[in-house]
Design a protein around this ligand. Structure first.
Ligand SMILES: CC(C)(COP(=O)(O)OP(=O)(O)OC[C@H]1O[C@@H](n2cnc3c(N)ncnc32)[C@H](O)[C@@H]1OP(=O)(O)O)[C@@H](O)C(=O)NCCC(=O)NCCS
Length: 148
């Protein structure tokens, strides 16, 4: 890739539909959180969190780098299948890590499906290590009502 053609920028409201379409073709584990309202809420809450990578003006990658004031969480690292292995993920993560460190973050984490072996290779190559002494504990939030 001609690196100078790769542009990273924060997503804006006008990108929302294109981002959702992009995730259908490029991301893993798209689920019920992938709604226009959800992505707009993210942009409104933290306008720099959702980053888009463009190559010659075409969306080729995304990354959400969430900072809640305490921890840094990375989501939706996704690269267009036609643009993989050209350093797009590397560039997105480098930019996110720089931003998160500037905000005061000291460690970034990512949730990675256990069977997504190519992603394991990528995270590993980019300096991330699997944590083996914790599991995620989750509970659905139902607007204050007890979960059924
Ligand atoms: C995982 C993913 C984001 C990597 O994006 P990418 O732009 O191709 O990654 P990069 O080109 O920046 O690769 C950086 C390094 O990671 C490693 N790597 C990336 N993809 C790899 C793969 N499929 N197999 C082995 N190693 C891989 C390599 O070491 C690579 O460096 P190299 O190409 O110089 O050898 C991309 O394959 C993808 O979108 N996959 C589907 C969505 C997904 O699984 N996202 C992760 C969710 S946790």
């Amino acid at each position: 890739m001609n690196e100078s053609n790769l542009v990273l920028r924060p997503a804006v409201d006008d990108d929302v539909e294109a981002v959702l379409r992009f995730w259908k073709g490029a991301a893993e584990n798209t689920d019920r959180h992938d709604t226009p309202e959800g992505v707009r809420r993210l942009i409104a809450r933290d306008p720099d969190a959702l980053m888009i990578a463009e190559l010659d003006g075409r969306m080729v990658g995304t990354l959400i780098a969430g900072w809640d004031g305490w921890r840094c969480h990375l989501y939706r690292l996704a690269v267009d299948p036609a643009a993989r292995r050209r350093g797009v993920a590397r560039a997105l993560l480098a930019a996110a890590e720089e931003r998160l460190a500037t905000l005061g973050g000291v460690r970034a984490d990512a949730m990675v499906l256990n069977d997504n072996l190519p992603a394991h290779e990528a995270w590993d190559a980019l300096g991330y290590r699997q944590q083996t002494h914790t599991d995620r504990w989750v509970k659905p939030l139902t607007g204050g009502r007890p979960a059924g």
